[in-house]
Each structure stands twice: as C-alpha cells, then as structure tokens.
Design a protein around this ligand. Structure first.
Ligand SMILES: C[C@@](CO)(OP(=O)(O)O)[C@H](O)COP(=O)(O)OP(=O)(O)OC[C@H]1O[C@@H](n2ccc(N)nc2=O)[C@H](O)[C@@H]1O
Ligand SMILES: Nc1ncnc2c1ncn2[C@@H]1O[C@H](COP(=O)(O)OP(=O)(O)O)[C@@H](O)[C@H]1O
Length: 284
C-alpha cells in the first residue's frame, strides 16, 4: 500500500519571547498559520523492519538526522511496530528558512504512518508524540491558525485570517534556530508584539490591523547578522505589500497583500533581488 501526505510550510504572524527557561528553551507566544507551499511525502510499507528515506533534494540528511526518519522511528518504538517503511520526500519548502519544513515533514510522517499502519492514534496523542521531535511539530500536526505558547507545544486554535496573498522571499542564507535563540538577550528586546491585538484583528478579519500588528522579536537578532533581510522587507513594502515580517528565526520574509492586482508587480520586482520567491495563500 502507498499513501501520500502533504506537509505545508508555516509562517509566524507574530513571535514574542517572554523568558529564557531553565531547560534551555525559551517561553514563547506566537501566532502561526499554514500556507499552501508544501512538501509531498510518499510512504509505502516494507516487509523488512527498516526505515528508508529518499528525496530529490540533495541538501538534506537522509539518515537518522532527518526529522521524517526520527518521526518514523518514534512511532515504531512507541507502538511496537515491527514493519518497515519507505518514505520519499518531495521537498518544495526551502530548508533552514524559518518555514518549519523539517517539522512539517515530521508531523506528516506521524499522520501518514498512523494511517498506513492503522494505529488509530487520536490527534491529541499524535501532538503529544510530536513534542518529542521539536517545538514546532505539534502545531504542524493539525495546522490551521493557532497561538502557540510554552516552547511552542501549547496550542490554542483561532480562526483563520481573511483571505489574502502571501509573498515569501528567501534570501540565500541559512539561519540556525538554536544560534538565533542563543544570541537573544530577553532583557534587551526593544519591541514586543501584542499577541492579543493581533488575535483580535484576525478574529475580526481586519486585514489592515493584522498588517499593523505583525511583529517578531527574533528579527532583532537575525537582521543585524544579515542586513539584507531588512532590505528585502523595505523592497517588499515599496512594491506595495501591506504588511511584512521575517518568519520564525529567518531568513524568509513574507509580505501580505490584499489585492491580486498588486501581486504580479511585487513578485516581478522581488525576482531581481532574490531567486526564491513564492506566491501562496493561507490555508484555511
Ligand atoms: C523559531 C521557530 C518559530 O516558529 O521556528 P523556525 O525559525 O525554526 O522555523 C521555533 O520556535 C523553532 O522551533 P523548532 O525548530 O521546532 O525548534 P526545536 O528543534 O525544538 O529547538 C531547537 C533549538 O532552538 C532553541 N529553542 C527552540 C524553541 C524554543 N521555544 N526555545 C528555544 O530556545 C533551543 O536551543 C533548541 O535546542
Ligand atoms: N525533512 C527535512 N527537511 C528539511 N530539513 C531537515 C529535514 N530533516 C532534518 N532537517 C534538518 O533540519 C534543519 C532545519 O530545517 P528546517 O525545518 O527546514 O528549518 P526551519 O524550521 O528554520 O525552516 C536543517 O539543518 C536540515 O538539514
């Protein structure tokens, strides 16, 4: 039997860090949503008790460092599955981009193997399992739009933002999430976004207020390291995006656009600065 799962990218409409915790993680408060740029996973059963990962992307690990491998190993161990699986990752989401490509692959693997091996694991238990794989993986299990707290695993679902276009631009830099968190001095954050104001704007489908309320404290670390991220934000705004922000630990910048008539101009204008530009929609 062969099954398919989509693994969509996420963007952080807001990302606030409240404090550094004793366990080395940071207490966060962020509003995340999924967009329709997705990796596609193909999974088939193997009679031999082994996990094999392949991908057309030459730049990701295919061994136990791959998050899909880790997800398959975890579910096999927890549910004592003696069968093997072959997973092909058709990568579309850029890597180390702040778009949670690896986390979403891990979540899609958990969802997929739950189906393939008919384990009937309830959604909440899958999310619990996902916590062992990474802070963003529980959100990626169900997707949608949510406020994430704790280290990212405490989720409160909220309604989707109003339909709009999202333009993603990834400069040719790879950013390490642990490095960005390490460099953040929580006591020196200049501007915290207001999760409450953004949440209300989303619930009220107030597009202009959403654009004004975007905020990400990790910009204060990543942008000084890579000033081209700020240049990209400025170009996007100049071309007509109504709200712009860096996603996650970066370096991808996203722009929100309400009118289709503006999208082509922004896309074409950005292509002069950046090879990796995508026009996507928010997944509702
Ligand atoms: C910054 C965010 C925002 O959505 O996304 P990305 O930029 O990676 O996409 C996430 O918080 C990334 O989550 P994720 O990539 O799953 O992180 P993990 O694998 O759990 O953690 C990697 C490392 O980042 C740091 N970390 C992560 C999450 C958190 N709340 N506090 C932290 O300090 C820790 O040093 C940890 O060892
Ligand atoms: N399935 C996967 N897809 C992408 N990257 C992966 C995967 N498995 C492990 N990785 C590794 O995880 C790291 C971060 O990847 P990614 O999830 O793309 O970052 P981000 O969350 O910043 O977008 C990279 O070092 C990459 O090599």
């Amino acid at each position: 039997m062969k099954i398919y799962e989509k693994a969509p990218a996420k963007i952080n409409l807001s990302l606030d860090v409240l404090r550094k915790r004793e366990d080395g993680y940071h207490e966060v408060e962020m509003i995340m949503t999924m967009v329709d740029l997705a990796d596609r996973l193909e999974m088939s059963e193997l009679s031999r008790d082994t996990i094999i990962i392949t991908s057309q992307a030459g730049y990701i690990p295919l061994d136990e460092k791959n998050l899909a491998f880790q997800a398959a190993r975890l579910i096999k161990e927890k549910f004592d599955v003696k069968k093997g699986v072959y997973i092909h990752l058709d990568k579309k989401i850029p890597v180390s981009a702040g778009l949670a490509g690896g986390s979403s692959d891990a979540a899609a693997t958990l969802r997929g193997l739950n189906r393939l091996w008919e384990l009937n694991i309830p959604l909440n238990d899958l999310k619990k399992l996902a916590e062992e794989l990474g802070s963003d993986v529980p959100f990626c299990i169900e997707g949608g739009t949510a406020i994430a707290r704790g280290r990212g695993e405490i989720l409160e679902k909220i309604s989707s933002p109003p339909q709009c276009w999202v333009i993603l631009a990834k400069p040719p830099i790879n950013v390490s999430t642990p490095d960005v968190y390490r460099r953040l001095d929580v006591n020196k954050i200049n501007k915290h976004p207001s999760t409450e104001v953004l949440k209300n704007a989303i619930e009220n489908k107030d597009f202009q207020q959403i654009c004004h309320s975007l905020g990400n404290v990790l910009e204060e670390v990543t942008i000084p390291m890579y000033p081209q991220i700020n240049q990209l934000k400025e170009v996007m705004l100049r071309l007509g995006a109504e709200g712009v922000l860096m996603s996650g630990s970066g370096p991808t910048v996203f722009g929100l656009v309400s009118k289709q008539s503006k999208v082509k101009k922004i896309y074409n204008g950005l292509r002069g600065f950046c090879n990796n530009v995508y026009v996507v929609r928010i997944l509702t």
